[in-house]
Design a protein around this ligand. Structure first.
Ligand code: CO8
Length: 261
């Protein structure tokens, strides 16, 4: 890609159909400065536009996934400036991805790092991962989902405990609480995430995008509305070639050949 300073981008998997974004600012524990987030956003645009890519993985490097927003960059900002510039408003590109995004959390996922992981669709964590919303210790509060997404994922009491104390939780706790779906030995984290991405990428990109959007609605609306949206999206899969192919292949006892249409 273009001149990337804070991240690297690679294609992975047997079919080279997995986009891997690695946060690569290890000296600052991958602190999320504005320039880094801009690179993530632009790379997401590229990977989403690339038809060869079926799933995206976001990971960190060294001992951090990301240790939060860049405190040095934020230290001297004032209210008028952060309000008028709507500071952080454009940091949520990953939450609006159409393609599935897997977070492979290799180490510290703190503050904005934890929030970034929660913007992804699935989180795999290394045994060494640590999650937390330490903003309260800095005299501020989470600003990109740490009071909202986290609460919906782990429930009120646990979210309150994390957000009000800034405590860190282990990968094992994060799994028990439903924040991550799998805890993996450090050297297996990326291979496992790639395997998961490949599994998803082998299916119809169209059905995967619809399924992702439908699950996403569970976090946005009431149960009744969500069930209605789900039903209509289910119906609309009957307008696709891939739905016909998937069911026909099952009945014919052969592997489906999806065309993403
Ligand atoms: N910002 C800037 N620099 C950082 C950050 C950060 N968040 N975290 C670590 N660094 C730097 C350190 O300053 C240090 O730099 P230097 O070598 O120049 O002194 C270097 O990284 C290494 O860090 P440590 O020496 O502290 O490493 P330790 O192993 O001793 O400690 C910790 C690791 C526990 C992770 C520790 O670094 C720490 O507590 N970091 C801050 C964690 C934090 O408070 N994060 C929340 C930030 S606020 C926030 O994220 C608001 C969310 C906004 C929304 C974002 C949307 C995506």
């Amino acid at each position: 890609g273009p001149n990337l300073q804070y991240i690297t981008v690679e294609k992975k998997g047997e079919q080279q159909n997995i986009g891997l974004i690695t946060l690569n600012r290890p000296k600052a524990l991958n602190a999320l400065c504005n320039a880094l987030m801009k690179e993530v956003s632009e790379t997401m645009d590229d990977l989403e536009a690339d038809d060869s890519i079926g799933a995206i993985i976001l990971t960190g490097s060294g001992k951090a996934f990301a240790a939060g927003a860049d405190i040095k960059e934020m230290k001297d900002q004032n209210f008028a400036h952060v309000f008028r510039s709507n500071f952080l408003a454009h940091w949520d590109r990953i939450a609006y991805a159409c393609k599935p995004v897997i977070a492979a959390v290799n180490g510290y996922a703190l503050g904005g790092g934890c929030e970034l992981a929660m913007m992804c669709d699935i989180i795999y964590a290394s045994e060494t991962a640590k999650f937390g919303q330490p903003e309260i210790i800095l005299g501020t509060i989470p600003g990109a989902g740490g009071t909202q997404r986290l609460t919906r994922i782990v429930g009120k009491s646990k979210a309150m405990e994390m957000v009000l104390t800034g405590m860190q939780i282990t990968a094992e706790e994060a799994e028990k609480w439903g924040l991550v779906s799998k805890v993996i030995p450090p050297d297996q984290l990326l291979p496992e995430a790639i395997k998961l991405g490949e599994k998803i990428a082998s299916l119809s990109k169209l059905s995967v995008a619809m399924a992702k959007e439908a699950v996403g609605h569970a976090y946005e609306t009431t149960l009744q509305e969500g069930l209605k949206i789900e039903k209509r999206m289910f119906h609309s899969t009957f307008a696709t070639d891939d739905r016909r192919e998937g069911m026909t292949a099952f009945v014919d006892k052969r592997a489906p050949k999806f065309t993403d249409s």
